[in-house]
Design a protein around this ligand. Structure first.
Ligand code: H79
Length: 679
C-alpha cells in the first residue's frame, strides 16, 4: 500500500502529540535546546571514500559525495576505495582547533553518507574505516578533541544507503545489489544497531543529523521509532527533522502534521524571514560541493560568509558551514583561510551572534540586527553592512531611551547619541571598521518599545459568514485604535478591547496610541466575504474516486484533454498504485467531495512534482511545476452536499508523492477524509 494511506492515519494521530515519544514539557524542551540556540554556528564535515576520486570520474570533474550514484560506479569498483583510504595527515586536534578558532561551537560529521561507508568503528559491516589501511577510529579521536576544546560533537547519519543489501529502493542501474532478497525491516534493524554504537562508543553526542530520508521506503512511523530509540540512549540529544518523512523541499521545514524532529534544515538557502517559534539551521557549502572536489576551487568570499552568518542569526537560526576534507586528511586551503577570516571577525563580534535572538525590526535599511535581553536592559546589535557616508546611523522606529552605543571593534569609545522623533541617531566614525559587517552594540532601557504597527490576526483573508479578527501589540502602555472605513486611525477612532467579529467585506486599519498620540505605523488588512457554492446532485454515489493514468515527460501539468489515458478506473483514495513506471507519469483524479456544512474550506496539496486541485471549475490550489515536496493552499466557500473535485498530478523523475489536506475554521488541517470522497 502507498505511503499516503499510512500518513493519513498517522497525521491524525500525531497532530497534537509532542514530538518525542516521551512526553516533554516546554521547559524541558527549551533546556535540551539551550546549548544549540546559544551556539548559532557549527561546522559540517563531509568526509568519506568519495574524497579519493575527489570529484573526478571517467573525465567528469563535477562529482562530489554523490559520485558513486551520479557516475553509476559499480559496487565492486567503489568498494576498492576502501583499500586506498589512508589519510595520513589527519589530525583531530587540528581540525577541532580550526573550527574553534573560527568561532564554531559544534561539529557535525558524516558517520555514514549515502554511499554506506562507515567512518566509525562498527561491528555491523566490514565496509568501515577500521578495515581501511588507515585503521583508526577517526570519530573517537574527534570526539576526544571536541571534548578537549569545548565543542559539541555531533553525527550525521544517512538513512539512504546504496551499499547495504537490504536497503530499498534499488536503482535500475544497480547490477550487484538486487531487490529480490532485500528486506527493508532488516535494514532498519541494522540502522538501529549502528546508532546504538554511535551513541555508546563516543560519549555525549550533541546532535544526530539524519539525511537521505526522502525515498518512499521511509515514513513517519520509522521516524518516530528511530527518534524515540535515539532519545532513549541519549535523552539530551537533539535530532533534526530529516528523521521523519515530512520535509518539504530544500527549504527544509517539515509539513504541518508530520513528524518534524527538533529543528528544520534549510539546505543551501536562508529563509527570507525568521520562522517564528521554530528552531532551524541552514546548512551550506563554501564552494559547490559537500564532499571534496579538487576542481571546484571557487569558494564564497569570507565577507559573504560572515554576512550570511549574521543574516541567519538575525532571523533566529543556526549556520552549519561545510568543509570537505581531502583524502590525505587535511582541510582544503581555501576553506582554512576563510575560516581564519571568519574567526578574526568572530573574535571581535561574536557576542552579536552567540545566544542572540532574531531582529525585532521589520526592516533595517543598513544591514541586520540581533538582540539580547537581560532584565530591564535590551541590547541591540546593529550589523552595519552599508556604512553611512555622512557618519550618521539612524535606528528608525525605536522609542526606548538609549543608554549607550559602541562599536564592538572599539568598545572603549562611546558613540554620541541623540534622538529625532522616533529615530535614534548614532554618530559613527567616517570609515567602517570592518568591510563585511561592523557591529554597533546599542544598549537600551527596556522593555522594547518599537513603533512596529499592531498585528491584525485572523485565520484567513476570506470568510463565509463571519470572521473573528484580533489586534495584537506586545508593547507596554499602548492602546490600539482601529477603523473599518479605510480611513487612518486617529485618537478618537474605535478603541480595541475584545476580538472583532466581521460580517461583511471590510478593510481594517489599526494603530497604537499612547497619551492620545500615535506611536506606531498603521497596519492594514482586507477581509473578503465569499458566497459559498451550491452543491450538485449526485445519483447513486459510491465511495472512492475515479482516476485516469497517463505517461509522458513534462515539466509542468499538461493539457490532459488532449492526451489519451493509458488506464482508468476507480480507487478508494489518491494513490499511484496503478502506475506502470516509477517516473514520467501523471494522474487525474475526479469525483465529488461530500462536505458537512456551510463553511470556508481551505485545501492544500503537498506534492513532488506538480499538482493542482479544482472544486467545480475553480482552481483552488496551484502547486504546479517541477519541484521537490512542496505545499500550496487555497480556500473556497461551500454549501453542504456534493461538490465536484479534480486533482491533477505529474511526476518527472526522482521521488514522487501526493498528499491532499483540508481545514476549516473549526477543523484542524488533516488529510482529506476518505469518507468525503465519492463518484
Ligand atoms: O549531505 C549533503 C548532500 O549530499 C545531501 N544533503 C546534504 C547535507 C543531499 N542529498 N540530496 N541532496 C542533497 C539534494 C539532491 C541533489 C541531487 Fe544530485 C540532484 C541528487 C541527484 C540530483 C547533486 C546533483 C547530487 C548529485 C547530482
Amino acid at each position: 500500500m502507498r505511503r499516503i494511506f499510512l500518513l493519513f492515519q498517522l497525521a491524525c494521530l500525531l497532530a497534537h502529540l509532542p514530538l518525542s515519544a516521551q512526553p516533554e514539557s516546554k521547559t524541558e524542551h527549551d533546556a535540551r535546546m539551550e546549548w544549540w540556540r546559544e551556539a548559532r554556528f557549527g561546522m559540517f564535515i563531509h568526509w568519506g571514500l568519495y574524497a579519493i576520486p575527489a570529484g573526478e570520474w571517467n573525465g567528469g570533474t563535477n562529482y562530489g559525495e554523490w559520485i558513486r550514484h551520479s557516475a553509476r560506479i559499480p559496487l565492486g569498483t567503489y568498494d576498492k576505495f576502501k583499500s586506498k583510504f589512508n589519510p595520513v595527515r589527519f589530525n583531530a586536534d587540528e581540525w577541532v582547533k580550526t573550527a574553534r578558532d573560527a568561532g564554531m561551537r559544534y561539529i557535525v560529521i558524516t558517520s555514514k553518507h549515502h554511499d554506506g561507508f562507515c567512518m566509525f568503528d562498527t561491528r555491523q559491516t566490514s565496509f568501515d574505516i577500521m578495515e581501511s589501511p588507515f585503521g583508526r577510529d577517526v570519530m573517537k579521536e574527534l570526539a576526544d578533541a571536541c571534548r578537549k576544546y569545548g565543542l559539541k560533537f555531533c553525527f550525521y547519519y544517512s538513512i539512504m544507503d546504496w551499499h547495504h543489501p537490504d536497503y530499498l529502493p534499488c536503482r535500475d542501474w544497480e547490477t550487484d545489489r538486487g531487490a529480490d532478497s532485500a528486506d527493508f525491516g532488516r535494514y532498519v534493524e541494522y540502522m538501529k544497531k549502528q546508532l546504538e554504537e554511535l551513541l555508546t562508543q563516543y560519549g555525549d553526542i550533541g546532535v544526530l543529523w539524519f539525511d537521505g530520508e526522502w525515498e518512499n521506503t521511509w515514513n513517519d512511523t520509522y521516524g518516530k521509532e528511530i527518534y524515540a530509540f535515539v532519545r532513549k540512549l541519549q535523552p539530551d540529544i537533539i535530532i533534526n527533522n530529516r528523521v521523519g518523512a515530512g520535509r518539504l523541499d530544500m527549504e527544509g521545514m517539515s509539513d504541518e502534521g508530520t513528524f518534524g524532529g527538533d529543528f528544520g534544515t534549510p539546505e543551501q538557502q536562508i529563509p527570507p524571514t525568521g520562522l517564528l517559534g521554530t528552531d532551524w539551521e541552514t546548512c551550506m557549502t563554501m564552494n559547490d560541493h559537500w564532499g571534496y572536489n579538487k576542481a571546484n576551487t571557487v569558494y564564497k568570499p569570507a565577507k559573504k560568509l560572515i554576512r550570511m552568518l549574521t543574516d541567519i542569526a538575525s532571523k533566529g537560526g543556526n549556520y552549519l558551514l561545510n568543509v570537505g576534507p581531502t583524502a590525505n586528511g587535511t582541510f582544503p586551503e581555501q576553506a582554512v583561510s576563510r575560516l581564519r577570516e571568519i574567526g578574526r571577525w568572530m573574535k571581535v563580534n561574536g557576542e552579536s551572534i552567540y545566544g542572540t535572538s532574531a531582529s525585532p525590526f521589520a526592516s533595517t535599511p543598513w544591514g541586520r540586527c540581533t538582540m539580547k535581553k537581560s532584565g530591564d536592559t535590551v541590547i541591540l546589535y546593529l550589523d552595519v553592512f552599508d556604512w553611512p557616508a555622512d557618519g550618521i546611523l539612524k535606528v528608525p522606529g525605536c522609542l526606548n531611551e538609549p543608554v549607550s552605543a559602541v562599536l564592538l571593534a572599539h568598545p572603549g569609545k562611546p558613540l554620541p547619541l541623540s534622538r529625532e522623533d522616533d529615530q535614534i541617531i548614532i554618530r559613527v566614525p567616517p570609515d567602517a571598521p570592518d568591510q563585511a559587517n561592523s557591529v554597533i552594540k546599542l544598549t537600551l532601557q527596556g522593555p522594547l518599545d518599537l513603533t512596529n504597527p499592531p498585528e491584525i490576526v485572523a485565520d484567513n483573508d476570506l470568510f463565509v459568514d463571519r470572521l473573528k479578527v484580533e489586534l495584537h501589540s506586545d508593547r507596554p502602555n499602548v492602546e490600539i485604535r482601529f477603523t473599518g472605513d479605510r480611513t487612518d486611525p486617529v485618537d478618537t477612532s474605535f478603541l480595541y478591547t475584545e476580538p472583532l467579529e466581521i460580517r461583511g467585506k471590510a478593510t481594517i486599519k489599526a494603530r497604537c496610541f499612547r497619551d492620545g498620540k500615535p506611536v506606531s505605523g498603521t497596519a492594514t488588512r482586507t477581509f473578503t466575504m465569499v458566497l459559498p457554492l451550491a452543491p450538485k446532485k449526485v445519483e447513486n454515489p459510491v465511495s472512492g474516486i475515479r482516476y485516469h493514468y497517463y505517461e509522458g515527460e513534462w515539466d509542468s501539468l499538461p493539457d490532459f484533454d488532449s492526451l489519451t489515458p493509458l488506464k482508468w478506473g476507480e480507487m478508494p483514495y489518491f494513490s499511484f498504485e496503478p502506475r506502470n513506471d516509477q517516473e514520467r507519469f501523471a494522474f487525474v483524479y475526479t469525483g465529488y467531495i461530500l462536505v458537512p456544512k456551510r463553511n470556508l474550506y481551505t485545501f492544500s496539496t503537498a506534492s513532488d512534482d506538480g499538482s493542482r486541485l479544482y472544486i467545480g471549475k475553480k482552481l483552488v490550489v496551484d502547486n504546479d511545476g517541477l519541484h521537490g515536496l512542496r505545499q500550496a493552499e487555497g480556500s473556497i466557500g461551500l454549501l453542504p452536499g456534493f461538490h465536484p473535485i479534480r486533482v491533477e498530478y505529474f511526476e518527472k523523475t526522482g521521488s514522487d508523492e501526493l498528499e491532499v489536506y483540508v481545514k476549516t475554521p473549526d477543523l484542524p488541517k488533516q488529510p482529506l477524509p476518505e469518507e468525503w470522497l465519492v463518484h
